[in-house]
Design a binder for this molecule. Structure first.
Ligand code: SER
Length: 564
């Protein structure tokens, strides 16, 4: 079976069970400060898992692009990837275990025609927070599935995705020993103290890995042999003149990192030194480094080419192809220069003494961006003494410092709906409209990220703002908030929302039915909320920074001063 067919069958199956399809959202989560990337299909649904009404109803289905860099070191085996696609169906306070498990069973055995005998499952074994899941066991048994394992929190519990939020026990399905599907019973929420409490709304959240399922359905043990990887591997083979067999790990890493890079850039991220940009940079640089093992150079864009063909159904890849290739190329060149400079410095440092201290190695790593692996390789090659332990000590010292510095940033929880965040969220809408009023009606939102400390707003505009403009924008937002404007929410078809002049984010994909927030008769935006009821609840708005975010995009950071 092919990827497109699997996705189609999944969506159709759940639509036939009255589920509505939700769009495949950006890899960069909106309004979620605790995670850098969308790591599961449930991310874009967090407000709805927490009880807000979803415009499309209580039963949803979709396919979601995801990035998980937590186990980047695992990439290289047959089944791990940083970028992957996840199919999912959700019940927002609607059906529960019986239906969820029966749907999974029916899809696996009837639609995918996987033999019952090949399916094994696991259930939660119970602990101080939640009971043993005998209910799922009974349901599986009634369906004729008898290979059932009971495991603890490490294996059979999912979430929360960030520090806090919805989570619960799960039941996982394995075929030929590979986990392909996970049904999560989200009956708990975890709070900031790490305590679990019963959720107001009980949800089902499921996730089926597209790559793994494709491999199973096609009788392959190696995901990289499936059609979503093979053309990339083939390209690496032809460029390097080396065979996949014998070079599996290296080729898988290169293929994986380049594919993830293409997708991350397609969602508006460019290589940088912070947050998503840093992860992207690391992926590209790692691919370049592994390319050295195959003795290939200037190869990133060539290997990226097949990604666009495999995923021809992703419009954001097609539309941004030139930019994506440009960014990949630039980063590859930058890194080549970095390596050259680092190597020079390494040679200088080791000219007189055949030894490199932990402090000097850390300097190379930190200030010259010279990778640790390169330090190790060069030391070995030139018989230079290098203690990795000393280096690690330096690194730890540094990490402790930066952790303390950023601890405040991640304080707020997943889908933090604290009062402060909510106020900043409403302020973001006022800011958006103020920018359109003061600067130009063409100003378009390009991104937003809100923590309980500040808002961050990216918008398309091609020059620096003057201090006069900044003042005018602040004044307008403050004037509007003092007018005690009512904030109201309305659901409507997407088309109608746009026709009525509601603002939306550039490039964002919206479902057919959306909610629109109106502030007095000043601002109107498509948004999932939450917001304050009246602008009188906000504090004094102040812009603390205006800077360039990327070419043609400006970034504003702002706070609410006397909001408590
Ligand atoms: N969120 C769960 C997972 O990632 C189910 O989708 O496995």
């Amino acid at each position: 079976m092919k990827r497109k067919e699997l996705i189609k069958k999944y969506l159709e199956f759940f639509k036939s069970k009255n589920h509505k399809e939700i769009p495949n959202s950006s890899l960069v989560p909106q309004n979620d400060p605790t995670v850098l990337f969308t790591t599961a299909g449930m991310h874009p649904l967090v407000p709805f898992l927490l009880g807000q009404k979803h415009p499309l109803g209580k039963k949803l289905v979709g396919v979601q692009r995801c990035v998980r860099t937590g186990d980047i070191e695992m990439v290289g085996d047959e089944v791990h990837h940083t970028f992957f696609e996840m199919l999912g169906n959700w019940s927002l306070g609607d059906y529960w275990k019986k239906e969820a498990i029966e749907y999974s069973f029916e899809f696996l055995t009837k639609i995918l025609e996987i033999k019952k005998e090949k399916i094994e499952v696991s259930c939660f074994k119970g602990d101080k927070d939640s009971l043993k899941d005998t209910e799922s066991e009974k349901i599986w048994k009634s369906l004729g599935i008898n290979k059932i394992k009971f495991l603890g929190k490490e294996d059979n519990w999912w979430g929360p995705a960030g520090e806090t939020g919805p989570c619960g026990p799960d039941t996982e399905m394995f075929v030929n020993g590979v986990e392909i599907w996970n049904d999560v019973f989200m009956e708990y929420e975890k709070d900031k103290e790490g305590k679990y409490f019963e959720a107001k709304q009980k949800n089902i959240d499921t996730g089926m890995g597209v790559e793994r399922t494709l491999a199973i359905l096609n009788g392959l043990e190696d995901n990289y042999e499936t059609e979503v990887w093979k053309p990339i591997i083939k390209k690496i083979e032809s460029l390097s003149g080396k065979k996949y067999k014998g070079n599996e790990k290296t080729m898988r890493i290169i293929a994986d990192h380049i594919k993830a890079g293409v997708f991350i850039i397609s969602d508006g991220i460019i290589p940088g030194n912070k947050e998503q940009g840093y992860v992207l940079r690391r992926l590209i640089r790692r691919a370049v480094r592994y390319g050295k093992e195959l003795e290939i150079r200037d190869f990133i864009t060539k290997i990226a080419e097949p990604v666009f063909e495999i995923y021809s159904d992703y419009l954001n890849l097609k539309e941004n192809k030139i930019k994506i290739l440009e960014e990949l190329k630039k980063e590859e060149q930058k890194f080549s220069q970095t390596l050259e400079k680092g190597l020079n410095e390494f040679n200088k440092l080791t000219k007189d003494e055949k030894k490199i201290s932990g402090t000097n190695a850390f300097l190379l790593y930190q200030s010259y961006g010279f990778p640790l692996e390169m330090i190790e390789e060069e030391s070995k090659k030139n018989k230079i003494k290098f203690s990795k332990k000393e280096f690690e000590k330096e690194l730890q010292k540094h990490q402790q410092l930066s952790q303390t510095a950023s601890a405040g940033k991640f304080k707020s929880g997943l889908a933090d709906t604290s009062e402060k965040t909510t106020k900043l969220h409403t302020a973001t809408h006022l800011l958006n409209e103020a920018l359109r009023t003061i600067l130009s009606k063409d100003v378009k939102q390009r991104g937003s990220n809100i923590t309980s400390e500040r808002l961050r707003f990216d918008f398309a505009f091609d020059r620096k703002l003057t201090s006069e403009e900044i003042k005018k924008i602040e004044d307008l937002v403050n004037k509007k908030s003092k007018e005690n404007l009512k904030v109201s929410r309305e659901e409507m078809p997407l088309k109608k929302a746009f026709e009525s002049g509601a603002q939306g984010e550039f490039g964002a994909k919206y479902p057919e039915k959306v909610s629109v927030y109106t502030i007095g008769n000043f601002s109107k935006e498509i948004c999932t909320g939450p917001h304050v009821k009246n602008t009188s609840e906000m504090g004094k708005f102040k812009i603390i920074k205006e800077e360039s975010s990327s070419s043609g995009v400006r970034r504003i950071k702002a706070i609410l001063e006397d909001s408590s």
